[in-house]
Write a protein that binds this ligand. Structure first.
Ligand code: C5P
Length: 311
């Protein structure tokens, strides 16, 4: 029904946004910092695999809903923290209110795929739309407070991450690759992986750095040699990761590595067919195996842009 002239339609706004996962094409730990974090040089790459967030106006306290078991629905969830931090940054009093976010979770958790941070960045984007504007710079500042990886998810594509990983420099997009992501039946928390890294160094364990894997594409490949300094300490505790990496190479991947702090391992393929075959051949290994592809910065911008609907 059309409302009478001068009266606003009694419809509430719904904003839908996508939270795309990432893999790390390279991750070097340069040292430890006075704040307890590790100084990094990493190369992030967005992939098509994504969660979906739906934010809508509804009376009452801010609420987060998600049907996936094991997803916290309180301040332990980065979406919740993103809402609180943005609310405050916009100068609003008290706790966030009158908003419901429904999270459709697809990205495997404790995998090094940045799912929690991607959700937080998507929450900032959808809430900015729903709550009425916030400059991009403010979003980046709020994002960096929530988690080291969050600023990357505000721009996506292929990017260099320095500092804690929160200082982002866009790179030339990696030409499209198909990706097989294997998330073994166990997860690794980020803090745990860095803890193992420190523990091994303190104990004088020095594993040789993994082989450099140069991608056979016209691209500044030196940026991403598929070396991950967190791999040796995680593989020492979970040797299955090394087996998955090898299996991906045997299945035709041009390169394979653990993503971020693990436990997921990914392989890069030049055709979808090769990737689909590899997915099939690795399925007896168990866990979750996903076929995906890389996203350029432009593709990312288009896909991650929140969409407003009136219901
Ligand atoms: O920044 P974020 O909350 O995602 O980091 C989670 C944990 O990972 C930190 O508490 C820290 O233990 C570890 N970390 C680190 N150095 C980084 C990023 C994360 O030690 N650069």
């Amino acid at each position: 029904m059309t409302p009478p002239p001068g009266r606003k339609a009694d419809r509430s706004a719904v904003v839908v946004g996508r939270a795309h996962a990432k893999v790390n094409l390279d991750l070097r730990v340069l040292g430890t910092r006075p704040d307890g974090y590790h100084e990094l040089r990493t190369v992030f790459q967005s992939i098509e695999l994504h969660d979906t967030l739906t934010a809508q106006e509804t009376a009452g306290p801010f609420t987060l809903r998600c049907e996936t078991p094991g997803v916290p629905l309180d301040s332990r969830n980065l979406v919740w923290r993103a809402a609180g931090a943005l609310w405050k940054a916009l100068g609003r009093d008290g706790d966030p209110a009158d908003t419901l976010i429904t999270l459709d979770k697809v990205i495997p958790m404790e995998a090094g795929l940045g799912g929690g941070s991607a959700d937080a960045a998507a929450a900032l984007q959808v809430l900015r739309r729903l709550w009425g504007g916030a400059p991009a710079e403010l979003l980046r500042e709020v994002g960096a407070e929530i988690g080291s990886d969050v600023p990357f998810f505000l721009s996506g594509g292929t990017a260099l991450g320095l500092g804690r990983g929160e200082e982002i420099y866009p790179l030339v997009d990696l030409p499209r690759h198909w990706i097989v992501v294997v998330r073994p039946p166990f997860g690794v928390s980020t803090a745990e992986a860095y803890g193992w890294y420190d523990e091994d160094r303190a104990a004088g364990v020095r594993e040789p750095r993994g082989e450099l894997q140069i991608l056979p594409v016209p691209w500044p490949t030196r940026a991403a040699q598929m070396v991950n300094d967190l791999e040796p300490p995680v593989i020492r505790r979970h040797p299955e990761i090394l087996a998955i990496r090898g299996a991906l190479r045997d299945a035709g991947a041009v390169a394979s590595a653990m993503s971020g702090s693990g436990s997921a391992v990914f392989g890069l393929f030049q055709t979808r067919l090769q990737a689909a075959r590899a997915q099939g051949s690795l399925s007896p290994m168990g866990g979750t195996i996903v076929l995906s592809r890389t996203l350029s910065r432009l593709e990312y911008e288009k896909r991650a842009r929140p969409v407003l609907r009136r219901v």
